[in-house]
Each structure stands twice: as C-alpha cells, then as structure tokens.
Design a protein around this ligand. Structure first.
Ligand SMILES: Cc1cc2nc3c(=O)[nH]c(=O)nc-3n(C[C@H](O)[C@H](O)[C@H](O)COP(=O)(O)OP(=O)(O)OC[C@H]3O[C@@H](n4cnc5c(N)ncnc54)[C@H](O)[C@@H]3O)c2cc1C
Length: 384
C-alpha cells in the first residue's frame, strides 16, 4: 500500500551534514542568531537569510543557471534538518525556497525564472502563500478573490487571510478565480498570479497572536493591476499547479521538527540532572521521531526519483502524523520535567517550552488540517 524507499546517506551526504552543522555552531558561537522553536515559520531574519544565500544554501537543488547548486533533494533534506534541529531563523526565505522556486521551475515562464530565482537564491526575495480566505480554508476551491482580464494584465479584487509573513515578503503567489464558479467543476477557473505586495491597492493588516507577536496577516486587494507576465503557468490551471506544490509543502522535516530544540534541551537537562527515569521516557520520543523521519525521508527520495507514484498520499500522512508528534512535545515534556515556561526566561528549556506551547496549536492547522489530511489518506487508500 505504502511503498516508500529506504534511504541510506552516502559518505558525501554525511560530510555535507558535518559541514552544515559546523557552520551553524560557528554562527551560534558568534551570536549571529538565537535558537528558537518553530524557527522555520516564526524566525524571520533577512540578514541570516542573506548569509545562507552566500553559502549557496538556498535553491540548493535548482539549476546552476539560476544560481542553484543542482544538488539532490536528499542534500536539501539534510540541510533543512540541520537548520531546524538548531532552531535557526530561516523563515524569511522559507516559502520562496521550498515552494515558489519549485513552482516556477515547473510551471513558470523563462522570464519569471530568470527574474526571481537568482534573487531568491541570494536570500533577498521573499514570497508569501496566498491561499486561505475568510470563508475558504480547507475547501480552497471556493476562493472568491477574482481577477478580471484587462488590456495587458488582470485586475484583482478580494481578500486573503492568515498569510504568514506577508508584511515581510516582497511577493505572494495568489490563488484567484479567473472564471466564474462552476458547481459541476469547482476546480476549474482558478489561476495563480504573482502579486507584488508593494503594488497600489494592496493593503496588509496584521493579525497578532495573543502574545502580541506579528506572524500572519489579512491581505486586501482593491483593483490591483497584475501584468500578464506575472501569471504562473496557464490561466485556469491553478488548481493542478497548486496541488503539485503540496507534496513539497507537506512532507518535509519541518512537519516533524518544529519543537526539536525543546526535545534536545529536554535531554540535555535530564542528563545534567542525572535523571535516568526521565531519560527513559524521553527515549520514547526519540523512537517516534526516528520512525517519522524515515517516512519523511522516504517521500523526499520519491520526489528525487521523480517516481510517477502519487506522492500526495504519503506526503499527507507525514504531515498528519508528524504535526501531531511535534505538537505533543510540550505536553510530554511537562510530564517528565519541571519547567517554568516564559518567553523571556533565562533557561533555554523554559523559553523553548513557552515558544512550543504558544505555537503548537497551529501545527495541525497550517498547511492543511489533520482532518482534511486523514481524508486525503483515506480516499487514496480506498482508491488503491
Ligand atoms: C500558523 C498558521 C500559518 C498559516 N499560514 C498561511 C499562509 O501563509 N497562507 C495561507 O493561505 N493560509 C495560511 N494558514 C491558514 C491555514 O491554511 C488554514 O487555517 C487551514 O487550511 C484551515 O482552514 P480554515 O482556517 O478556513 O478552517 P476550516 O477549513 O473552516 O476548518 C474548520 C474545521 O473544520 C474541519 N474540516 C474542514 N473541512 C473538513 C473535511 N472535509 N473533513 C473533515 N473536517 C473538516 C477542519 O479540520 C477544522 O477543524 C495558516 C494557518 C496557521 C495556523
């Protein structure tokens, strides 16, 4: 039913991991960044993104002619794991690297690739994801933001919501309706446009967390002009193009490791306290983590091999199981060890605990809710 390859890292790949880890430890020692949980979505640091760009570590798998390194998906997996394990602030360039680049390589025009990819690779150009709307989240085909054809482009009106980091991004790949809704084929008539977030008619309004943190936004479009050359792929093919992005979005190590810095610090703290009973309990976390990691790397290998087998089902499984796991870590930690969670605490474990408690509820919602993912897996299994 689920045929995922087993991945054995090569010597070069193990060496690459050592290189990345050493770089991150050096930067940590220099004080370049402060580790945090959920750093891939809430650790925005354009300066750090530029530094990663200088290393050649954004767009790692992309063709050299656009500034990439033409390395493997598994190399990228290793790189990403190391960033997340140490809680490095990689959020600014995250979506552009994970999603927009692959989308443009697959569906974008040559002009778009030549314009955007080299800027993304340098860590200087950030993209948001414009899918959800106030009445359209899980049922994305019901989006009502519309684009109407005019001379030389499209006029966009409507609203997106929960847009991560729109206030820091330069552009947003936006799912819009370019033909009226057709109840018989609701996936038809959708298109993807690259919208310049500085364009006239775009208004970004913050939605703050209870803590006051500014992570996501409402984005309003009031007669925003989008030139024809900012249409991604084909008009009307937005649904299929968006689906192709999902395997990248759902199966990566970020769906398992958002609270890894807390796991790591829990183990360090237990060792410092010589708490063997606690360590035994913590080892169960590590065993679960290991199985999920194998599942996630298996999907990465399928993506690498370009296997025609549908990766959307195992990718949905990784996201559903992985996010439940990472979400459970603060609760498991609480049962093993005494902590005093606070965002300003001196002790790392207390800070990581606070970050995890505050961010964990969103893990099983962002990128598709667990219920919806279970539906994808169930339908896929029935279809087989
Ligand atoms: C931290 C965070 C960051 C986000 N960033 C972005 C972003 O950058 N861009 C973006 O576009 N969106 C973003 N989102 C939004 C996210 O994708 C949506 O919240 C999510 O898809 C759910 O949509 P909804 O909120 O409209 O809930 P709904 O779709 O209304 O769902 C409500 C409830 O009903 C359940 N449900 C819905 N349909 C079904 C079904 N068919 N079967 C069973 N149960 C169902 C859901 O599981 C959920 O429990 C982000 C969300 C979070 C939490």
């Amino acid at each position: 039913m689920l045929h995922l390859p087993t991945v054995q890292f090569t010597e070069e790949q193990e060496q690459f991991r050592v290189e990345v880890r050493a770089f991150l430890q050096d930067e940590l020692a220099k004080g370049t960044f402060t580790p945090k949980c959920d750093s891939w979505l809430s650790g925005d640091d354009p300066e750090f993104s530029r530094l990663i760009g200088q290393q050649g570590w954004i767009g790692l798998t992309w063709p050299k002619k656009y500034g990439g390194q033409e390395r493997s998906t598994i190399d990228r997996y290793i790189l990403t794991e190391e960033f997340l394990a140490v809680g490095a602030p990689v959020a600014a360039h995250w979506f552009a690297d994970r999603q927009t680049g692959p989308l443009l390589l697959r569906y974008g025009s040559e002009e778009q690739r030549e314009f955007f990819l080299p800027q993304i690779v340098k860590g200087e150009c950030y993209f948001g994801i414009g899918l959800s709307e106030p009445n359209s989240g899980s049922d994305l085909a019901s989006v009502t933001t519309r684009a109407e054809k005019v001379e030389g482009g499209w006029i966009v009106n409507g609203q997106k919501i929960w847009t991560s980091n729109a206030h820091l991004c330069h552009y947003m790949v936006t799912l819009v309706r370019t033909s009226p809704f057709d109840g018989k084929n609701k996936h038809a008539g959708l298109s993807q446009l690259i919208i310049d977030l500085q364009a006239q008619g775009v208004t970004i309004v913050p939605i703050k967390y209870l803590t006051g943190e500014h992570h996501y936004n409402e984005v309003f479009f009031d007669n925003v002009f989008v030139p024809d050359n900012m249409v991604v792929g084909e008009i009307g093919n937005g649904w299929a193009q968006g689906l192709a992005e999902l395997a990248f979005e759902r199966s990566g190590p970020e769906r398992i490791l958002s609270t890894f810095p807390l796991i790591d610090e829990l183990i360090q703290e237990l060792k410092r306290q010589n708490n063997s009973q606690g360590l035994t309990q913590a080892s169960k976390i590590v065993a679960r983590l290991w199985s999920l990691r194998n599942l996630s790397i298996g999907v990465a290998q399928l993506l690498e091999s370009g296997n025609s087998e549908d990766v959307s089902i195992p990718a949905a499984l990784v996201k559903a199981l992985g996010t439940k796991f990472e979400q459970s870590i603060p609760e498991i930690t609480r049962l093993i060890i005494q902590t005093y969670p606070s965002l300003d605490a001196d002790r790392k474990i207390d800070r990581f605990m606070a970050q995890s408690i505050l961010h964990a509820p969103g893990f099983t919602i962002r990128g598709g809710t667990s219920e919806v993912l279970y539906g994808v897996v169930a339908k896929g299994v029935v279809a087989q």
